[in-house]
Design a protein. Structure first.
Length: 400
């Protein structure tokens, strides 16, 4: 009986040992799994994290038209009011919390604050406040409608001046790149060799500690290490630094700014054409006024000629009757009467012809104004289209 108990006890110890081994294996696997999920185990994972943050940062630029500010702590919310913040704003960017310990720097000095871009740095469709003269002739509805389109597009262009978009960021990046030595800007390198940086992302490497210039940078300085610094026993940080020209190229700023600038130049050229057309319109309108004055003068001339003819006729009849009564009728008196009548009739005929000519001139002037109205509508619509294209490109910014 005691042997059986001892045998049963021995089996219990073996079973307990097996259970402990199993638990040990499971515990080891859990420990490895937790370690794998908490931190990268190789350089490739680190570079993946850095690349992920870079993509998120540039995606933020496309949606917000600026670079994100750094976070004050590992909570990951950007804090644009903290000039010394250096942590990755992972929560703002929609990233994983495992990136919360990464350091992030964005240039906010030297007059090139990439985290707070001012509006209206490059595009101006206001034509220096010079209004386009409206066409208010009731006989030119198409021209009036087109002129109204121009007025509306000019108002839209003026309103767009206060709106920040990707083109404004491109303008700041261009100025930043053109002033590499501006004091107070974010740098990558060391005292001997450094480059201006738009933003930088740094991972502490496998040892989890920031080293080199990244230690100073992490303290709110303006300098971080270049990503290509040689790695050795005293330095294994991994990061990326993007210069203003590089970021401009990555965002396609040159093509977008060029397209917007071309649209603006087209709008200005069309504006000049519109002003010339308006002067031509004024001449055509003046022709109508002149022709109307001519018709009015010709009508007055006919009236005066008719009065003259009536007076000549009356005078002739009175003269002939008087001469006949006094038996003094002579050939001379008849001739004089006939001449007066002929002059009066001639003046009446000429006055009538002047009226016809004046009326024909008025009809021609009005026809020219109608043709000018059609031309004005085309010119105004072309200008409105050019303005609309410029505003569209400005609103689009860096978006496709």
């Amino acid at each position: 009986m005691s042997r059986r108990l001892r045998r049963q006890g021995g089996f219990s110890m073996v079973e307990l040992s097996v259970v402990l081994v199993i638990f040990g294996i499971i515990g080891l696997m859990l420990w490895r799994w937790v370690a794998d999920t908490r931190q990268p185990v190789n350089v490739q994972d680190i570079r993946r994290q850095v690349g992920e943050t870079q993509s998120a940062i540039e995606g933020f630029v496309l949606s917000r038209n600026r670079l994100p500010c750094a976070a004050s702590d590992t909570g990951g919310v950007e804090n644009c009011g903290d000039a010394t913040a250096v942590f990755m704003p992972w929560r703002t960017l929609g990233l994983s919390s495992e990136l919360g310990t990464l350091h992030y720097g964005v240039n906010r000095g030297g007059g090139f604050n990439l985290a707070a871009v001012p509006a209206a740095r490059d595009i101006n469709l206001s034509f220096s406040g010079v209004p386009v003269m409206a066409v208010d002739d009731a006989a030119a509805p198409a021209a009036v409608l087109a002129a109204g389109r121009v007025t509306a597009e000019l108002a839209a262009a003026q309103a767009q001046r206060s709106v920040v978009n990707g083109l404004d960021l491109c303008a700041v990046l261009r100025d930043h790149a053109n002033n590499p030595g501006a004091a107070g800007t974010l740098r990558a390198g060391n005292i001997a060799a450094e480059l201006p940086v738009a933003y930088t992302v740094v991972h502490p490497g496998l040892n989890g500690q920031y080293e080199g210039n990244n230690v100073v940078g992490a303290g709110g300085s303006w300098r971080y290490d270049l990503p290509g610094r040689v790695q050795d026993a005293t330095y294994d940080d991994i990061g990326v630094a993007v210069g203003p020209a590089d970021l401009s190229a990555r965002l396609g700023c040159v093509a977008r700014l060029s397209a917007a600038q071309a649209a603006v130049q087209v709008a200005f050229a069309q504006y000049d054409t519109t002003r010339v057309m308006q002067e031509y319109w004024s001449l055509r309108a003046f022709d109508i006024t002149t022709a109307e004055d001519g018709v009015s003068g010709a009508e007055t001339g006919i009236t005066m000629a008719a009065v003259g003819l009536a007076i000549a006729t009356t005078s002739t009849l009175v003269g002939l009757a008087s001469a006949a009564n006094t038996e003094g009728l002579t050939v001379y008196a008849v001739v004089i009467a006939a001449v007066n009548m002929a002059v009066a009739i001639t003046e009446t005929v000429l006055a009538a012809q002047d009226l016809v000519d004046a009326q024909e001139a008025l009809v021609e002037a009005r026809a020219k104004l109608v043709a000018t109205s059609d031309y004005a509508a085309t010119v105004f619509n072309t200008l409105a289209d050019a303005l609309a294209r410029g505003v569209e490109l400005d609103r689009k910014g860096l978006n496709p």
